[in-house]
Design a protein around this ligand. Sequence first.
Ligand code: SF4
Length: 313
Amino acid sequence: MRDESLPYNDYGVTMRRRFGGRVQKLSIDAAMSCPNRDGRVARGGCTFCLNEAFSPAYCRESSSIAEQMARGIEFHANRGRTAESYIVYFQAGTNTNAPVDELERLWREALADPRVSGMIVGTRPDCISSEILDLLADLSTCKYVAVEYGIESTYDTTLEHVNRGHGFLDAERAVACTRGRGLDVGAHFILGLPYESREQIIAQMERINALGLTSIKFHQLQIYRSTPMAREWAEYPERFALRGYTAEDYVDLMVDIVRRLDPSVAIERFASQAPRNLLEGSMLGGIKLDRLRAMIVARMRELGAVQGDMATK
Ligand code: SF4
């Protein structure tokens, strides 16, 4: 439910309500390979992917879960981010790409810490099974458990072009099965992928609403050095409709998106921020995420807009 002081349904507010205080996510790198790289689905990975861009510095895949959690708590405390409890976030790579007994060992280790209220498992829509969902549902009887799927686009032509290795139907099935186990389901989408126009980006909101997500993250396309996408960015600039977008342009796009998003879906991110040394190109220049969020809120208030007031679902 939306906090009436904000024109959108904010994920942080939702989580504070749920847990009765501030919860801090602790990112974990469980050193799982990606089926889109290890040959199970394909080799080469998504054309935009640079895995090191997804993990905070305190994650070292060679450290144990407990060590990474301890470093994560210290990292956030040093930045004044204390919390009532923690959510372990299996973030980097594809965190269901292992035998189920290995997953159970990792997840039980994370959830055993009394400071931990729950976990979020990030994965691909084509890397989930009934067995894994049963395990997650079982763990959710003790602590909070959610699954976050990288869906990126609802257009199969886009997914194929970026070598994603799955189609939108996989996402629809995975979300439905996960919801069917009573688990929260998040998803992320990348805005500005090749060949997607502004109109197409907005038009996909109807299909996103139909998924029945609990939460959503939007990321502007970021071009990481040495990726196939970086080569495409250099050779075919005309394919990127949002290239050259200013922060104001992006705010207008995001307002159009939020107004079409089902109001029950909590928004976790409007954009992302990667280390500059990894980037070849990006929209939005160096604008800080807090500033961008404030601009979106200000623009929505100016328009008298709220999340979902133009949704068609
Ligand atoms: S973005 Fe995710 S699915 Fe794609 S190659 Fe990277 S880790 Fe694998």
